[in-house]
Design a protein around this ligand. Sequence first.
Ligand code: ATP
Ligand code: MG
Length: 390
Amino acid sequence: MNWNVILIRYGELSLKGRNQKFFEDRLVQNIREKLYDFEGVRVTREHGRLFVELGDQPASPIMNVLKDIFGIVSFSPAIRIPSQIDEIEQIAGHVFASYPNVSTFKVESRRADKRFPIRTGEINPRVGKYILDHFPHAKVDVHHPDLEIKIEVRIKGTYIYGKETAGAGGLPVGTSGKVLLLLSGGIDSPVAGYLALKRGVELHAIHFHSHPFTSERAKQKVLDLSQTLTHFGGKIRLYVVPFTNVQTEIRKHCYENYSITIMRRMMLRISEQVAQKYDLKALITGESLGQVASQTLESLQAINEVTSMPILRPLISMDKTDIMKIAKNIDTYETSILPYEDCCTVFVPEQPKTKPVIKVCNREEKKLDMEGLVTEAVEGIEVIDFRFDK
Ligand code: ATP
Ligand code: MG
C-alpha cells in the first residue's frame, strides 16, 4: 500500500488549554528530531491531529520510530487524496484490500470540510457499496467488523485509513522538566530511566566509575546503555564521575560494614551538586524495596538523609522478573547482563549493614575529607552527549 501520510493521535485526557499547546509543541519538536534523518519527511498539524507527511519514504521504518515516542497514543498510516468521491471510493477499496484476512468491514466518515458536497450519511453507504461490488468476500458488519475504514474529509484533502497501531503513551519527553538518573551498568537503572522518560522528563544520567578497579569495558556498557535510552529520550547527557578516590578513602578509613551505605551517600552528594549546577530537579535511581541489602527502608532513609532533593524510584514496588521483562523490551537487558564489574561490586563488604544507623554514618564520614572528595569528583567529571541515531 502506498501510504503517503501517518496520522497521529496524542494527549492525555486531562490536558487542556495552555498545557495542551505546550504539550503539542514539544511533541512536534520531539517527532521532528527523531525523524530528522528521513529525507523529505514533514511533520504538520491540523486541529488536534498531527501528521507525518511521508514524501517518498515508506511508512514502516517511520512507524517503527513513532512507536517509541512518548506522548503518542496511537497512529495510522493513511492515504491523503483530493476530496473527490470517485477517488475516495477507489482508495477505500485499496485500503480494504491491503489488509489480508479481513472480510467484514464498516465505513466511518467525518466531514470536517463542509464545502464537500456529500454528507457523511451518504458517504458511508456509497463507499460501502463500492467495496461490496468489487470484493466478493467483503461483508458489512457494523457492530464487530474486522476492519473499520475511516474517511476524514478535511481542508487539505481526504484521509483514508484502516487500522490503528498503539503508541507508547505517557507524556512527551521534556514536558516534565529535567532529572538526573543514577545509571549503573546493571539491569535496573536503565529501566528506571525509561519509566521516568515515559512521564515526560528530559534525562541526564550520572555514572560513577572506579578506574582501574573497574575496566574500560564496564564504562563502555554505560555508554551503550545511554545510547539505547536515546531511543526513547532523543538526547541524553551523561556525566562520568571519577569515583576511585572516594572508594579508596572509604575503604581506608570507614567501618567496613558501612562502606556500601557511605558510598551511596557519596554518590548522592555528588549527584546533588551536579543537579544544582545544571538545574536538574530530581534524582532517579533503580532501587526496588528489599531487592538487596542496601535497599531496605533503613538504608533508603540513611541514603536520603544527605540530600533534600526529591529522589524518585520508579521501580520501588516492582519484582525483579517484571523489571527484567521491561529491560528486554527496551533492549537494555543484553547489555546490562554483560559480566563486567561495577564500582559497587568491587568493594563489597562481607556483611553489609541492612539496617544502617544514621548516627554511625555521620560518625564514620567525619573521618573523610568530605568537601575535598566531593569537589575533586565533580571537577573531574567527563560530559558525554548522546543523540538518537536511526
Ligand atoms: P542496577 O541494576 O541499577 O545496578 P542494583 O540492583 O545493582 O541496580 P544497587 O547496586 O544497589 O542495585 O544500586 C542501586 C542504584 O544505585 C542503582 O539502580 C543506580 O541507580 C545507583 N547506582 C549504583 N551503582 C552506580 C554507579 N556506579 N553509577 C551510578 N549509579 C549507580
Ligand atoms: Mg548494580
